[in-house]
Ligand binder design. Structure first.
Ligand SMILES: N[C@@H](CCC(=O)N[C@@H](CS)C(=O)NCC(=O)O)C(=O)O
Length: 207
């Protein structure tokens, strides 16, 4: 009998994109097959840069040492490993609607990360108010789109995983004060976190 392949996920506990994958791993019942190993994108000696030339986490290392990166691709691969289409339909319009909305959630997260990086990487330099407001406007427009048409809070899929991780990241880093402006999303997150316990279980300490 051959034993099931195991994987290593390179990610810190606080990475919002890494959290997406950690939630998916739980939702797919693959926790026993994936070990999470922290990565440091700022450390040039970290093997992350060989595993993903972009030096970004999360990055999934397969049993044969090959790698899959970008959180969305990793989740699709893991759903394939789990032999299900629970997180993303395999074809048809529903698939492309879900992919588009999951990229919208990713875009909120990308803009949120750029707001954080503006202060982290330009620590002693003046920050660009124009750049920060350009990114914050993306976050707000993305949130407004989800507020107008929130996903089903009783369904765990690529959209709800991405949106919940984006909101969790905003709650932690406070790039925008989203809660007073988007009450439907506040309620959505409350209901989704009750429906999907992996949301709380994947919350990093102190976030
Ligand atoms: N599109 C990528 C984005 C990943 C990403 O931006 N990861 C951040 C941490 S949450 C990172 O590794 N940043 C380091 C860098 O950009 O050098 C994904 O979905 O995995």
């Amino acid at each position: 009998m051959s034993s099931a392949e195991t994987f290593v996920l390179r990610s810190t506990p606080t990475s919002p994109f890494g959290r997406k994958v950690r939630m998916a791993i739980e939702a797919l019942g693959l926790s026993g097959r994936v070990t999470v190993t922290p990565a440091d994108p700022l450390d040039e000696n970290d093997t992350l840069r060989q595993q993903n030339p972009l030096g970004k986490m999360p990055c999934l290392v397969l049993g044969d040492g090959s790698t899959i990166y970008d959180s969305g691709i990793i989740i699709e691969y893991l759903q394939d490993v789990a032999g299900t289409d629970r997180l993303l339909p395999l074809r048809g319009r529903d698939r492309y609607r879900a992919l588009t909305l999951s990229r919208l959630a990713d875009g909120i997260m990308d803009a949120s990360i750029l707001v954080v990086y503006e202060t982290r990487f330009r620590r002693d330099l003046p920050h660009s108010p124009r750049w920060l407001s350009h990114q914050r406007d993306k976050i707000r427009r993305g949130l407004a789109a989800f507020e107008a048409s929130p996903p089903d809070p009783n369904k765990t899929d690529v959209v709800s995983i991405g949106l919940s991780c984006a909101l969790g990241y905003l709650d932690w880093r406070k790039q925008v004060d989203w809660r007073p402006t988007y009450p439907i999303l506040v309620e959505w997150l409350k209901r989704f976190s009750t429906h999907e316990p992996a949301f709380e279980r994947t919350r990093a300490k102190d976030t």
